[in-house]
Design a protein around this ligand. Structure first.
Ligand SMILES: [Zn+2]
Length: 469
């Protein structure tokens, strides 16, 4: 299998005009339109710098080579959702060539090669209402990146692993939210079957219009069986495009090679070649990708696979974690303070708070971990301090003191308290000595009470073990 994935660019404007790039459904149809994206005669397109900026970042995220010169071509066809009568795309000289995406597939890292990525503008949307068809051009002229892979996929798991990683990369570099439900990522699958050991590829079928991870999986399963059945019955597969119907679970022919359209591609005379400087390209490079961090977390930091995945999933979480570790030098505890304590606090709130809202407080969260590590704060009480920091801000040390949570590790002082507790409890002492060993907890509890919760329970335990033996 090989994939062609369309990703909507998260730029502010459309690709060749200053209309708003409506990534969400606009409140009304045909409000984000202008003479340029409506293809009025004489209107001239201008390339949006914001789109190019994000496309270059996305190219780097896929380790592609960004071309200093790329060219826009016209792809002509007639359809009511295409007001210009042609789509502006890049056929001969795309913005990025080569590249690869590494993905974790069934616990194995696989590398899928990218053939190229080009940028193009989107069409509008047709709304079918009874016997009428209505045109909504809010999306017409919005920027798309088309990412074309080599035929490197051998299983459904490969495809889904790649798409999940691609989605992560697009979010990581900020080029797109790549939300499939909002049609920000859609995928065509080219699929062919062959006998094990056979070289070369047989005719392929292109499956179009698949818009969720689960339907991609189903469409592949169904098409795989369909092709094998045809070959086993002595038939042949025609190179064709088929549309996937998720409701019916079948694909139906859309067009074959014979009636393929002649798009009359030619360089757009209204747009000069796009020339990017070396500096513009290099400034947008990305050093560490989510997969690099994920591998670092599992091999170097020894985190479990699930934690490594969660902490490398997006920039905000990962950067927060990296900063925390750089202060505490304690990767494991830094991980658990994010994944168990902070996430639990956010989840308990309806406010949709997240790490982004407390980013400035990384140093104070790190201080809490340091206090726990130096036994000045119990891990139970550390949750109280974290909650205070999240909702009321301030300094970790100040909260620890104002809430009287600082643990006393002063051996002499704690010993005096233990002695007093033992002296005040002659009955319990006698019972303990006669074999009621579960009274040990009573003594620890009394010591904690007497120290107003500030004695270190670990030290009290040690002291009492000696004194009661
Ligand atoms: Zn416009």
């Amino acid at each position: 299998m090989g994939l062609e994935t369309h990703v909507r660019v998260k730029s502010n404007t459309k690709m060749f005009c200053s209309c708003q790039n409506a990534l969400e459904l606009a409140p009304e149809p045909n409000i984000n339109v202008c003479p340029v994206c409506m293809g009025f005669p004489g209107m001239l397109p201008t390339v949006s710098a914001g789109v190019i900026d994000l496309a270059v970042r996305a190219s780097h995220a896929m380790r592609c080579t960004v071309q200093e010169t790329s060219i826009f071509d016209r792809k002509s066809y007639f359809y009511p959702d295409l007001p210009m009568g042609y789509q502006i795309t890049q056929l001969y000289e795309p913005i990025a060539m080569g590249g690869e995406v590494r993905a974790l597939v069934e616990n194995e890292i696989k590398t899928f090669r990218i053939h190229h990525m080009h940028i193009e503008n989107d069409a509008g949307k047709l709304v079918h209402a009874g016997w009428k068809t209505l045109c909504d051009y809010n999306r017409a002229g919005s920027p798309l990146m088309e990412i074309v892979t080599e035929p490197d996929f051998r299983s459904k798991a490969d495809v889904l692993g790649y798409l999940e990683e691609l989605q992560k990369l697009m979010r990581w570099c900020g080029a797109s939210d790549a939300d499939m439900e909002k049609w920000q990522l859609r995928c065509d699958v080219n699929i062919s079957v062959r006998l094990r050991g056979e070289s070369g590829f047989r005719n392929r079928v292109e499956l179009k219009n698949i818009n969720s991870f689960s339907s991609i999986g189903r469409a592949i399963d169904v098409e795989f069986v369909r092709q094998i059945d045809i070959y086993e019955a002595g038939g042949t597969i025609d190179q064709e495009t088929r549309g996937w119907s998720d409701e019916r679970g079948v694909s139906t022919p859309m067009r074959s090679k014979e009636d393929a359209m002649d798009y009359r591609y030619f360089p757009d005379p209204d747009l000069p070649p796009l020339r990017l400087t070396r500096e513009f390209i290099d400034e947008r490079k990305i050093d560490e990708l989510p997969m690099d961090r994920r591998l670092k977390y599992s091999s170097e930091y020894k985190l479990i696979e699930d934690d490594a995945r969660i902490l490398s999933g997006d920039h905000i979480t990962s950067d927060f974690y990296e900063e925390l570790v750089s202060i505490t030098k304690d990767p494991k505890k830094s991980c658990s303070y994010i994944t168990t304590i902070l996430f639990a606090i956010f989840e308990a709130q309806d406010t949709k708070m997240g790490l982004a809202d407390i980013k400035w407080e990384t140093r104070e969260i790190a201080r809490v971990i340091e206090l726990v590590n130096s036994d000045e704060l119990s891990s139970t009480n550390s949750k109280i301090v974290i909650e205070k920091l999240v909702f009321e801000w301030g300094k970790a040390d100040e909260w620890v003191d104002s809430l009287a949570l600082r643990q006393s590790n002063d051996l002499g002082a704690l010993e005096t308290i233990a002695d007093a507790v033992i002296a005040e409890s002659p009955n319990q002492l006698a019972e303990y000595k006669s074999g009621k060993v579960n009274l040990f907890g009573f003594f620890v509890g009394q010591c904690m009470k007497k120290s107003a919760g500030q004695g270190n329970p670990k030290i009290f335990t040690e002291i009492l073990k000696k004194k009661l033996s």
